[in-house]
Design a binder for this molecule. Structure first.
Ligand code: HEC
Length: 723
């Protein structure tokens, strides 16, 4: 309690201070004032992505196609803790309940604001001492009478915080929080990356249904899905995404995998059909991502949509999108509950968008696919020890919403030098079909590891029968390296270089002969401190890594690079393997030119409207631009984007997500941009819309920090002028 008052004193609000003195246990007067302006439930944004059906939709219609051009900034709240050198981010979709907005800052401080004016009401700081905690995309709200809770995941901890005062609910777990690394049926160690909450859990009755993010390398925690009692924090059920002996799917893994295999986790969020008591759980790939030699079999329930009884966790049906994944094809977003019209009937369906740019549609109750699926063969030539699935399913309809595949004709011609450089690079890589295995020379993956669709997901218009999805159209390179099976893949000096630096400076450390310098003999040119600074802060066209690496990790990599000679380079490791070998991917690489712009032809990002009943694309437009492209005088080429759309009853689609730091309103009928505004930084987040004091607001977290964009810590709310 003392901490709450001190924080309030440090930040703002004399009203809040007064409340600390006057009523030490209840909500503050400012909180009560904000409540007085509250309106009915459908004008709130009570749930991540708008509702548990993940529709991203609001019934509000005060802002219309006619007046949207008059939108102006109504308030701005600066959480004040952006770290530019640290590359901090905000991916948060705010909640608005009874006139109060709940948000999270870049360093994971939870706060409550008066939704009508942005004034801070309270603030709660968990212990955020580790950088490896990834950002928060949302929180969950639950109430029973006076008991109102915010369920807030920060790193490996789930907190229950009083929604009215910002104090921990001490009856939950261990004095207000639980440790998600416990209760998995296996010791997952104390690694802070063991299990981490990014996307919030989904409330159903008095349960919070929750997945989590786990490590993507060998040794990761299992991605079991759980339900926790929102009052006590007790674990009420667990669904084993890596099945145990006697459970369905056990035979799709090696016999002992259930004790050691990791991943198959649901990091994207869970959709709930409350009426049917069904939870739809999208899962990601098994760990490690790109080599499955130790996990022979189809690996159920990785890369699957699993329908569970929300009360018991019992499986109702499932569909696996990728068998024995070798490409990191996680399901990236919670599916949308939709309805499909067929022969005059409305069929309750669930639609899942994918990183490959496809839309799979199933009957909600039976799991029957509502459009025919076809089998596409997996190409030959996998890594030694790998047994790929023979084929993979893809829907025959609706058409994909991003380009499929990549040939030399798809190499960007943005600049002549860039084109030549890219052709040289592509000439060394393996090109092929949609299911081309990873390879030592590097396999082009198109669409890339970041989609297609991403965590922003899709919005659903029940009246028009349209699904709106923003997507990336860039390609990745999966390059495999042979290493000793005993190699510790957690940040050792050499693997640090492999995962963070090799994608540009090369496995042989010799650069690319063009704009990327060789690091061999770098100690002749630079001092060790200079080298350290370049790693942390970047230089010229090289991005800084202060945001991804702890200071000591940067120091360890710097030390290794400083003393390394050509024989130490990863390209030499295979010849040094003495015992058993395995394969790892050399960092996450995208095909880019030396400006950091994608090496495929534009558009690089799009927004698409899909008519689900006709299984056709209604419209598609490029989305956003890269600042370096704008600076060169071009525009309308689209850009990689992160964060989802929000649809209003008046037919407006609000979407930020682009590196050009804009928020836009699109006409949902044709994709025309009806309004756009500049943000203080790129809004890599999903907006929320709500009504407070009779006014409709659209709010977005502008945190930057991705795609080499500057970081910020502001939430910006737009509304029509209050005359
Ligand atoms: C996204 C590509 C990329 C990544 C990843 C990258 N670099 Fe660089 N690096 C570059 C480019 C491009 C330059 C040239 C910068 C300039 O001066 O414009 C550079 C320059 C350098 C230099 C200066 C070399 C000299 O001779 O002046 C050092 C040292 C360096 N990088 C080390 C690293 C280390 C260590 C890592 C991993 C922690 C790393 N880089 C990751 C692209 C990258």
């Amino acid at each position: 309690m003392i901490r709450v008052c001190l924080l309030a004193a440090a930040s703002i609000a004399s009203a809040m201070l007064a409340s600390c003195e006057a009523s030490p246990s209840g909500p503050s007067p400012a909180f009560d004032r904000a409540r007085l302006r509250a309106s009915s439930a459908e004008r709130e944004w009570r749930t991540y992505l708008g509702d548990r059906a993940s529709t991203h939709r609001s019934a509000l219609d005060q802002i219309t196609k006619e007046n949207v051009s008059e939108l102006e900034i109504a308030w701005t709240y600066d959480a004040g803790d952006a770290s530019d050198s640290g590359g901090s981010q905000l991916q948060f979709n705010p909640l608005v309940v009874k006139g109060v907005l709940y948000g999270v800052s870049p360093s994971l401080r939870l706060f409550a604001l008066d939704a009508g004016n942005g004034e801070e009401l309270w603030s709660f700081s968990p212990d955020t001492s580790s950088k490896s905690w990834t950002s928060s995309r949302g929180v969950a709200y639950w109430e029973d009478g006076d008991d109102e809770r915010i369920l807030f995941g920060a790193g490996p901890y789930l907190y229950a915080v009083d929604a009215r005062t910002g104090r921990e609910k001490t009856d939950f777990g261990e004095n207000g929080y639980i440790d998600l690394r416990e209760g998995l049926g296996r010791d997952v160690g104390q690694d802070m990356m063991g299990v981490v909450v990014t996307t919030p859990g989904t409330v159903f009755e008095d349960l919070l249904l929750l997945g989590g993010r786990v490590n993507e390398a060998a040794g990761a925690a299992p991605g079991h899905v759980r339900a926790f009692d929102v009052r006590t924090g007790e674990q009420r059920w667990i669904f084993h995404t890596i099945p145990q002996p006697g459970e369905l799917g056990y035979e799709t893994w090696p016999p002992d995998a259930w004790k050691t295999a990791g991943g198959a986790n649901s990091w994207a969020g869970i959709t709930v059909d409350a009426q049917r008591g069904l939870a739809f759980v999208p899962t990601g790939s098994a760990s490690p991502d790109f080599f499955g030699g130790d996990r022979a079999g189809n690996n159920l329930f990785a890369n699957s949509l699993v329908a569970l009884d929300a009360r018991t966790g019992e499986r109702q049906w499932h569909y696996q999108f990728v068998r024995h994944d070798m490409w990191d094809r996680d399901l990236p977003a919670p599916p949308n509950l939709v309805e499909i019209e067929r022969d005059g009937e409305r069929i309750p369906a669930v639609a899942q968008v994918t990183k490959t740019g496809h839309t799979f549609v199933f009957h909600r109750e039976t799991g029957e696919p509502l459009f025919p699926l076809r089998e596409v063969p997996v190409s030959k030539g996998a890594m030694p020890g790998e047994v790929p699935a023979k084929s993979q399913p893809l829907p025959s309809a609706p058409p994909p919403f991003v380009r499929q595949g990549f040939t030399v004709a798809d190499v960007s011609e943005r600049t002549p030098e860039g084109h030549a450089e890219l052709l040289r690079r592509v000439g060394t890589l393996r090109l092929g079909g949609p299911f081309e295995p990873p390879s030592p020379e590097g396999t082009i993956l198109a669409p890339g590891t970041d989609g297609g669709a991403e965590w922003g997901g899709a919005a659903w218009d029940p009246n028009a029968g349209l699904l709106f999805v923003n997507a990336n159209q860039i390609v990745s390179i999966i390059q495999m390296l042979e290493i000793d099976a005993d190699t510790d893949l957690m940040m050792t000096p050499a693997t640090g270089y492999l995962f963070v630096c090799a994608s540009c400076h090369g496995m042989d450390m010799r650069g690319d002969g063009g704009s990327i310098p060789s690091l061999i003999d770098v100690s002749d040119r630079l001092g060790p401190l200079e080298l350290y600074d370049i790693i942390v802060e970047g230089r010229g066209r090289m991005p800084g890594f202060g945001g991804t690496l702890e200071w000591w990790q940067a120091a360890v990599v710097a030390g290794w690079v400083y003393f390394a000679d050509p024989d130490d380079a990863p390209s030499q490791w295979a010849s040094q393997v003495e015992g058993e070998a395995t394969f790892v991917n050399a960092g996450y690489q995208d095909l880019r030119d030396s400006d950091g712009v994608p090496g495929s032809k534009p558009p690089w990002g799009t927004l698409t409207a899909i008519d689900l009943s006709n299984a056709s694309i209604r419209w598609q437009v490029p989305l956003g631009d890269y600042p370096v492209v704008l600076a060169s005088g071009e525009s309308g080429l689209g850009a990689e984007n992160y964060g989802g759309p929000v649809l209003t009853a008046s037919g407006l689609l609000f979407l930020a997500a682009t590196p050009d730091a804009k928020i836009r309103a699109f006409d949902s009928d044709d994709g025309n941009v009806l309004w756009e505004a500049d943000l203080p930084a790129a809004g890599f987040a999903t907006p929320a819309t709500f009504e407070a004091g009779g006014r409709q607001f659209v709010v977005i977290a502008a945190g930057g920090g991705k795609l080499r964009q500057p970081s910020d810590s502001r939430y910006v709310a737009f509304a029509l002028p209050s005359d």
